[in-house]
Design a protein around this ligand. Structure first.
Ligand SMILES: C[S@@+](CC[C@H](N)C(=O)[O-])C[C@H]1O[C@@H](n2cnc3c(N)ncnc32)[C@H](O)[C@@H]1O
Length: 784
């Protein structure tokens, strides 16, 4: 990119930098012309798009090497490493390759199934055996391992069937004997235990039965353009919107951990893409949905099966044929055009690869014309090319040109390469920038940073604690979902089950009111100036929401300093905050929720400042809003910065899991400095308290951890609504500490968490956050 950017002549750079969306066909055409005669550009495109030089292709040698290492690890008993090696071998193995007259894929699946069986990952083992059998139906070891996994799962009928088939396809006498021995054991077990047939569906996609019952209207306002509004009163926690994405792309940092199609966690038996070594899937169904149907060896009329009873024959057919053909598979696989081992999909920025997906899908769907000239209109999304800075415009031009060339090389799309087509891609990417949604997943981790996926309490020594973290797993375009505008005080919450967007109200919404979600910033999390800056930088608009146009108390106190007068509870603001507050057009009214400040006098301060001037805020930076005392904020800021350097050291030791008593006592000193300079409800103090809570958890000092966690929550309660999810997330930590301490008040905390999470996730709460169930189980044991 740097090479291409620096090669562009200054005059062309200027022309691109000053362009508006109307100029795009002309600027694209000029830049294309330049690159056409610039050989390094063509070399770059060849490197990115030529399968021969692609770095993400399949290699039988690399697969055999990984398999060999896997075998050695297996023999040593290093099952985790063996599992990783077999998975890597599967990722790079060419689908058609054979190894010792057996399909290499099938062998690798069976090897991996053997490791999975050793690791007691039975369902995963079963699935790998089935995958091997769908490629190579007479693979005796696959039937045998399948039988063992089924027996361990208590599926005795199927285990007996598997072993009977294994025996009939096994050629060696020794092998047959071993199977017979196993069969006897299983038949014995079967007699002792009543058979329970468990269904193990490879693609356990979440069944979503709840459907939105409310009709929404699309309305247009002058300050925000189109937006969604309710046509009736809507009660809190109502599901108002469900939508499948138009296109999705996984985050780069989640490529090894999450399914590239549905974005769920990858299981131990992940499935690789059939034609490149980039993508990984949680199941074959996801692989097919993303990459299209692969060539498959369907079971032929094997002589070997002829002696089977009709019941067993039917069973064999069921297993080996699978049920993919019955599945409702999306007819436009979004990854297919990126395959064949080329590495541009791995190298180019996610938004560009996503633009490629949108473009190909639109063209295949025929909603876009062959020359792509109506691509932008057919998506009907807003875009802000003209507002972009000079540098971004040039980068966007170059990436768009590279993308069209790559698509033509590796997919042979019919899109002509000219100023019009490239300008359409530029507009498409700028649409994606402002309209794509970040798909997030909730993850609970224990104080030691270990994932707590199974909803169990992690236990390290005597410390049992948990945090909630959000993982940004991907980006997606939802056409109707994009019509929801942003508010820093949102009344709806967006979440994702697999790739499906769900939007639910978190407050009562009166008929006709806009339904607005948060694009990231929220009142109570950041102050107004930081929110405005983020939205301008990321989404290129100036926020007009209530939080940014009406004075609210959170924005006053979130970054406030303490009055120098120790007896005064007043707040002192920096000039940047004051300037931002003064620009708000609507001012503080009694309707701003004051209940949470009932026993404080801070709510009077903005009101007081307002009344004096009859309309506009009369507040001076560096002066206490209550008593007027001057505070030298420069020296306060310097002291606060010093304190933060010390707290950061504690954060580093938390990350490194190396907590020392010196680090903690130093951070306690720093917290004292923060408290002496900052207003008691400053968010920085909440953060420092939270860090200390985590540190004390790691050090096993749970009582102190609880005190600091509570102190953090007390501040959050001043900054947010009582049922805000930010507070519930912190309560997760508090409740797990309380449980560990045997503190009965854990029950109240868990009730609050449950109420808030149900508000945000409705009936999906346990799917999104399985940890809640285990908290509730623990709560029951308290009550009994
Ligand atoms: C995802 S789109 C939302 C739909 C958009 N209003 C439309 O007409 O297509 C995001 C754009 O909507 C507008 N928008 C959303 N929230 C806004 C807000 N709080 N203040 C001002 N503009 C907003 C901005 O122009 C932003 O770039």
């Amino acid at each position: 990119m740097e090479k291409l950017k620096s090669a562009v002549p200054d005059s062309l750079k200027r022309m691109v930098g000053e362009s508006t969306s109307d100029d795009l066909p002309r600027t694209c055409s000029s830049l294309l012309d330049f690159f056409l005669h610039f050989e390094p550009f063509h070399q770059i495109v060849r490197d990115l798009a030529d399968p021969e030089s692609g770095l993400c292709g399949k290699s039988k040698d690399a697969a055999l090497e990984a398999k060999r290492t896997g075998n050695q690890c297996f023999l040593r008993g290093d099952y985790a490493k063996a599992l990783a090696c077999y998975s890597q071998a599967l990722r790079v193995a060419p689908f058609e390759a054979d190894d010792m007259e057996t399909n290499l894929f099938a062998t690798l699946y069976v090897n991996r199934a053997t490791v999975l069986l050793k690791m007691n990952l039975l369902t995963e083992c079963l699935r790998d055996c089935t995958r091997a059998l769908q490629i190579s139906p007479t693979h005796a070891k696959a039937w045998y391992r399948r039988g063992k996994a089924n027996a361990s799962l208590g599926n005795y009928d199927n285990a007996v069937r598997d072993l009977n088939v294994a025996e009939s396809v096994e050629s060696s006498v020794g092998g047959k004997k071993q199977i017979e021995g196993e069969l006897k054991i299983i038949l014995e077990q079967c007699k002792r235990t009543s058979s329970s047939v468990l269904q193990h569906n490879e693609n356990d996609l979440v069944a979503v039965d709840e459907q939105p019952q409310i009709k929404l209207r699309c309305v247009t306002t002058q300050d925000k353009g189109r937006g969604m509004a309710s046509s009736c009163d809507i009660s809190p926690a109502s599901l108002v919107h469900i939508e499948e994405p138009f296109a999705v792309i996984i985050s780069k940092q989640c490529r090894e951990t999450h399914c590239h199609y549905c974005l769920n966690d990858l299981p131990a038996d992940k499935v690789p893409c059939g034609s490149c070594s980039i993508s990984l899937y949680c199941s074959k169904l996801c692989q097919i949905r993303a990459g299209g149907k692969m060539f498959r060896t369907y079971p032929k009329d094997h002589d070997i099966f002829k002696n089977l009873s009709s019941d067993l024959g039917k069973y064999v057919a069921e297993i080996t044929l699978g049920n993919d053909s019955d599945q409702d598979i999306e007819d436009i696989p979004e990854h297919k055009h990126e395959c064949q081992g080329v590495h541009w999909p791995a190298v180019l920025p996610s938004e560009i690869v996503l633009a490629g997906r949108v473009l190909v899908k639109s063209m295949v769907q025929k909603s876009a014309t062959r020359d792509g000239s109506n691509l932008v209109e057919c998506l009907e999304l807003s875009q802000f090319y003209t507002q972009m800075d000079i540098e971004s415009k040039l980068v966007l031009h170059i990436y768009s040109i590279v993308l069209v060339y790559c698509l033509q090389h590796s997919y042979a799309i019919e899109l002509p390469i000219n100023g019009v087509s490239v300008s359409q891609i530029i507009t498409l990417v700028s649409q994606i920038t402002v309209n794509c949604m970040t798909v997030v997943r909730m993850k609970s981790v224990d104080a030691h940073g270990l994932p707590d996926q199974f909803g169990e309490f992690s236990c390290s020594g005597n410390v049992l604690t948990s945090n909630v973290e959000q993982v940004r797993v991907g980006k997606a375009i939802y056409r109707a979902g994009s019509l929801f505008n942003h508010s820093c005080q949102p009344n709806v919450h967006a979440y994702f089950l697999s790739r499906t967007l769900h939007i639910r109200t978190t407050k009562f919404v009166a008929a006709g009111c806009p339904l607005e979600l948060s694009y990231g910033p929220q009142v109570g999390l950041w102050d107004c100036k930081d929110r405005l800056k983020f939205l301008e930088d990321e989404y290129l608009f100036r926020c007009q929401c209530s939080g940014c146009s009406e004075v609210n108390l959170s924005d006053f106190i979130i970054n406030a300093f303490h009055c120098v007068n120790p007896n005064c509870s007043g707040i002192v603001l920096e000039s940047s905050v004051v300037n931002c507050e003064k620009q708000k057009c609507k001012h503080f009214t009694r309707s701003n929720k004051l209940d949470k400040y009932e026993n404080d006098d801070i709510h009077e301060m903005p009101q007081h400042a307002l009344d004096q001037s009859n309309g506009s805020l009369q507040i001076s930076p560096s002066h206490c809003l209550k008593c007027g005392s001057y505070c030298n904020l420069e020296s306060s800021r310097a002291e606060v910065n010093k304190a933060w350097t010390r707290i950061k050291r504690l954060q580093d030791s938390i990350t490194a899991k190396e907590i020392s008593s010196t680090a903690i006592s130093d951070a306690l000193g720093a917290l004292g400095s923060l408290k002496s300079k900052l207003h008691p409800y400053n968010r920085g103090i909440a953060e420092a308290e939270d860090n200390l809570a985590q540190a004390f958890c790691l050090a096993g000092e749970l009582q102190l951890a609880m005190d600091h966690c509570k102190a953090s929550i007390r501040i959050l309660e001043k900054l947010h609504d009582p049922n805000d999810i930010v507070i519930a997330n912190e309560l997760v930590k508090l409740s797990s500490i309380q449980i560990s301490l045997g503190d009965i008040t854990a029950v109240d905390s868990i009730h609050r968490i449950s109420d808030t999470f149900s508000l945000y996730y409705g009936d999906h709460v346990n799917l999104v956050f399985p940890y809640l169930q285990s908290l509730q189980e623990r709560q029951k044991s308290f009550v009994q």
